[in-house]
Design a protein around this ligand. Sequence first.
Ligand code: GAR
Length: 216
Amino acid sequence: MKSIVILISGRGSNMEALLAANLPCRIAAVISNKADAKGLETARARGIPTAVVAHAAHASRDVFDTALAAEIDRHQPDLIVLAGFMRILGEAFVRRYQGRMLNIHPSLLPAFPGLHTHRRAIEAGCRIHGCTVHFVTPALDNGPVVIQAAVPVFADDNEETLAARVLVQEHIAYPQAVRWFVEGRLTLAADQRVLLSGERKGAGALLAPAPDASSQ
Ligand code: GAR
């Protein structure tokens, strides 16, 4: 059975969704860069080993990355799962785990990398927004896409209502992506293409606003 390490920085709701999904893998540890991350309590309550590698306690990004890699490597995971891990990781760190590190980002990448994605989607007038699970590459919030979920943006949405609608989909998309990986169905090819065996072709399209019934 494969094992995974989950990295968090805060609330940990994606981590909880992963724990609740009964994935066919061992969750070796949950590691946070912040000692007060709420998700750490949740993991501890479930009997999962936790660790803190505080970025603030390290002199530079490189020193932090090295300490984080050492903590991860103690567990020899097959996959590193970034679940709301809000530190930019250096190129050497990312290359070390190339093809075995996933991230979830709250936008339909390549739109809106970085912060405040929901606000920016509203300001840009997007009718459709969503989330993306991708393999991590050195570019921030970028890399080969594994799965995306789209939601409509309504005229009366604000940042909070839109974030909540996306988060529901994050909690579906991320466990699915991790499941594919630990089942051995998801790999990143040398040419950076995502390979997913047994891929199902969903036929449904999301139109937002919904077209008039007469035009369907
Ligand atoms: C999630 O919405 C996740 O997509 C986002 O942080 C939130 C963490 O929530 N990640 C990023 O913005 C990464 N660039 P959670 O701690 O409840 O899972």
